[in-house]
Design a protein around this ligand. Structure first.
Ligand code: NAP
Length: 282
């Protein structure tokens, strides 16, 4: 029996997950296909019900369904409960469990591809949307020494500021411009961009949230934006002499964690990363 896996979203045409997940399945010679399903919001319940079929191992879930799938699942891992969002569903004998691999994917990319351990370090997080929440929670649980959240809408940054405080981490919420941002950047060991600045077809695709003059050469700059592979922020960081890490690594590592849950096998990360980069460069 050919087993089925895939990703749901709306729209979904942009997703490169089918390319690097299929590469991982093929690497092990598994009789399995991973495809993209465009599922309209009013069709989510019926689609999730269909995942209980014995030939389905599980799926990834992306925008805008990460919260919408929750009412239709049977159980949840701690990662999904903490994030309040599901990006991975696993089918075991008709029982559906929900997980979120964004946090572990982010941390593994940071450690393995960025060579950076966030414990005890000062972090500047740019953005306060869905991705920023997952990243903030992962950094808080890792025990960073200080977290600054800079966002255009400061009230959204305040929510993450409070989340940090609840876990005993000192934090501050600031606007995404002005002297407070320059000061926070100058003392950061790690700068993570979770805004859409620099994203192809986004609201400001040529824009960078920081200039090279604001980035210390000792920092690691991790841009979650992966399309394009080299973003305006990463170019500014390189100009400043800082270390850089693109978003494609996190994308692959979150997918690798999903793959391991579905198959019980170690994800072939190098194979997946190569397929993902090839897809982006095509
Ligand atoms: P989201 O929930 O829509 O959040 C968007 C963020 O960008 C918010 O902080 C928003 O600020 C800010 N923003 C949007 N337009 C802006 C503008 N013109 N000026 C200043 N700030 C602006 O999106 P998301 O899901 O968190 O995704 C954010 C980025 O991360 C996207 O580029 C996405 O592709 C990337 N991402 C990458 C991965 C990965 O695996 N590498 C995973 C998830 C997301 P306001 O709050 O003020 O609106």
């Amino acid at each position: 029996m050919t087993t089925r896996l895939g990703i749901i979203g709306f729209p979904i045409g942009h997703s490169i997950s089918p390319l690097f997940q299929q590469a991982a399945l093929d690497h092990y010679g598994m009789d399995a296909t991973y495809r993209a399903w465009e599922v309209k919001p009013d069709a989510v319940a019926a689609f999730v019900e269909g995942l209980r079929s014995p030939d389905v191992l599980g799926i990834n879930v992306t925008v805008p369904h990460k919260e919408a799938v929750i009412p239709y699942l049977d159980e949840f891992g701690n990662s999904a409960t903490g994030a309040g969002a599901v990006n991975t569903i696993v089918n075991r004998d008709g029982q559906l469990s929900g997980h979120n691999t964004d946090g572990t994917g982010f941390l593994r990319a940071l450690r393995e591809a960025g060579g950076f351990d966030p414990r005890g370090r000062r972090v500047l997080l740019l953005g306060a949307g869905g991705a920023a929440r997952g990243v903030a929670l992962a950094l808080i649980l890792e025990g960073v020494s200080h977290l600054t959240i800079a966002n255009r809408t400061v009230s959204r940054a305040e929510i993450l500021h409070k989340l940090a405080n609840v876990h005993g981490i000192t934090a501050q919420a600031i606007p995404l411009d002005g002297p407070a941002l320059t000061l926070a950047a100058s003392t950061a060991d790690l700068i993570v961009n979770c805004t859409t600045f620099g994203m192809s077809h986004g609201p400001d695709e040529k824009g960078s949230p920081l200039s090279s003059a604001q980035i210390p050469p000792t920092a690691l700059v991790n841009d979650l934006v992966y399309n394009p592979l080299e973003t305006p922020l990463l170019r500014e960081a390189a100009r400043a002499g800082a270390s850089t890490l693109g978003g494609i690594q996190m994308l692959v590592y979150q997918g690798a964690a999903s793959f391991e849950m579905w198959t019980g096998r170690d994800a072939p990360v190098a194979v997946m990363l190569e397929a993902a980069i090839r897809a982006m460069e095509a």
